[in-house]
Design a protein around this ligand. Structure first.
Ligand code: FES
Length: 263
């Protein structure tokens, strides 16, 4: 196994806090193993900065296994570095060459304000989930697997949608800053299963309205979200959400017409 080391030039967005204007700072990081992950490369940089008495670069991470969705870097203008179906923490330095220049920024979206350096505030996603990203049915203790039969195709679609880790790459990639792929994945996760049906219309309307209220832009079918998603969430989930949203809007309009005495 090669133990090749890389020396790299990094241009990293540094920003003291939400209110202060940020800018790129150039760093040289040396002796990075090609087996290191991208986040480990930043760890090496930070060790070198601390040794020189400089402030380390703040960046988000938690599991470092592609599960939690915390790592959120725009690398050379692409969310998570642009390698298909790969989170930043799973991106390895073997994809880079010695003496490469790499530009590293936080997600760019008005709904995700920068907190410090490369960390953004993704509370807006939590607000969308709080508006309906759950079921309220009392499910009791774990039922036997065969009690509620779910066709395999539906189970597969639900599992594919459930792969969304809520990292926000879809928002960062979208020219409109839309969160539609994220919201639609959460909806498709539940709406392909029997347990998601009772509140389906209300949930769809509530979560899409919460997305709008949180300041995300509208989807205009660029599909950059699908290309940037580290979990390969398909654009098909958005078609399902749009159909449900149209049905819910008609249903609620009819209901309010009736309560107003309309026909
Ligand atoms: S750190 Fe958890 S997905 Fe990257």
């Amino acid at each position: 196994m090669s133990d090749k080391k890389l020396n790299l030039t990094l241009h990293i967005w540094r920003q003291k806090d939400k209110k202060t204007k940020g800018g790129f700072v150039k760093y040289r990081v040396t002796d990075v193993s090609v087996h290191a992950s991208f986040l480990e490369m930043l760890d090496i940089l930070n060790e070198q900065l601390v040794a020189k008495g400089e402030e380390p670069v703040a960046f988000d991470h938690d599991c470092r296994e592609g599960i939690c969705g915390m790592c959120s870097l725009m690398i050379n203008g692409r969310p998570h570095g642009g390698k298909r179906a790969t989170t930043t923490c799973q991106l390895h330095m073997r994809f880079y060459n010695d003496n490469d220049e790499i530009w590293i920024e936080p997600w760019r979206a008005s709904a995700f304000p920068v907190i410090k350096d490369l960390c953004v505030d993704r509370t807006a996603f939590d607000q969308v989930i709080a508006s309906g990203g759950f079921i309220t049915a009392n499910t009791g203790s774990a039922p036997d697997a065969n009690d509620i039969l779910v066709p395999k195709e539906s189970a597969d679609r639900a599992m594919d949608a459930a792969a969304c880790i809520g990292c926000g790459a879809c928002v960062a990639a979208c020219p409109n800053g839309s969160a539609m792929l994220f919201v639609a994945a959460k909806l498709a996760h539940m709406h392909n299963l029997p347990q998601g049906q009772p509140e389906r219309m209300h949930r769809t309307q509530s979560m899409i309205n919460a997305m709008d209220a949180a300041g995300f832009g509208n989807c205009s079918n660029h599909y950059e979200c699908e290309a940037a998603c580290p979990k390969d969430i398909s654009r098909d989930v958005m078609a399902l959400a749009n159909r449900d949203y149209a049905k819910a809007s008609l249903a609620y309009r009819d209901r309010s017409n009736k309560s107003d005495g309309g026909g």
